[in-house]
Design a protein around this ligand. Sequence first.
Ligand code: G
Ligand code: G
Ligand code: MN
Ligand code: NA
Length: 253
Amino acid sequence: LALVGELRAGLGRDELRLYVQPKADARTGEVVGVEALVRWQHPRHGLIMPDEFIPIAERNGLINALTAEVLDLAVTAAAGWAAAGNPVSIAVNLSARSLLGTDLAGEVDALLAARQLPAGLLTLELTESSMMTDPRGVAALLAQLNGMGVRLSIDDFGTGYSSLSTLRRLPLDEIKIDRSFVMGLEGNADDETIVRSVVDLGLNLGLHVVAEGVENERIWRILRQMGCTLIQGYYLSRPIPVGDFPGWLSHYR
Ligand code: G
Ligand code: G
Ligand code: MN
Ligand code: NA
């Protein structure tokens, strides 16, 4: 299709746009991090969402170039905030296919050095399924990243397979509870049981637990009571253009 060629060309023409969505300490409300969410500014079709073009990039050998560009945008932004006195961490989503077949750890190491971002301010979000294709290769990669001080998060937790053995086996720092469970916290007793169990499990394993999809204050309060570490969702903020974040933050405070 035409989109593939246009995406390939667009990757060399600065057409990716970084949006960020804030994450707050569930107890204090302090904003301590953001998740980077990429969009594609298409010259004719306007802003295209990742669900539409990430799969195209994955199928056509463009995902490593896309990931490299997103990482550069994200690390550059976070380094700027840190230099301005706002050390806010940034999380980047990695698709399964960007984990292997490239020296991801080497690239991240070079990027952190070039932009002078402390490794601890970068989080990489992986899905459970991305650890299934080549478990040994992925484990080696994650050990390398962990050794560098980069934080590792497991995204959409609860929707994939082999969650428990994964948590034990890999050097993870954080789990993100999938928003389908979080959104059921009001009124769905099963979802409440699931979220409570995942929060307890994560905390007992020494992990930070992030709840995504928090859309109102009542759900935030339930999560705070459960001991959840961080919250993310429309209640705090929708994803915003990365350049708008410093202004959003000063207004929020
Ligand atoms: O806001 P939202 O529509 O951005 O995100 C939709 C999905 O796209 C999410 O599952 C998110 O993880 C994924 N996504 C967003 N940005 C990126 C990215 O830079 N790389 C990858 N691989 N996935 C992303
Ligand atoms: O899969 P991942 O968690 O990386 O994707 C995040 C997706 O969730 C993005 O599409 C983002 O826009 C969306 N999102 C973020 N916060 C909320 C929320 O509070 N409610 C809903 N429905 N979606 C959200
Ligand atoms: Mn994510
Ligand atoms: Na998610």
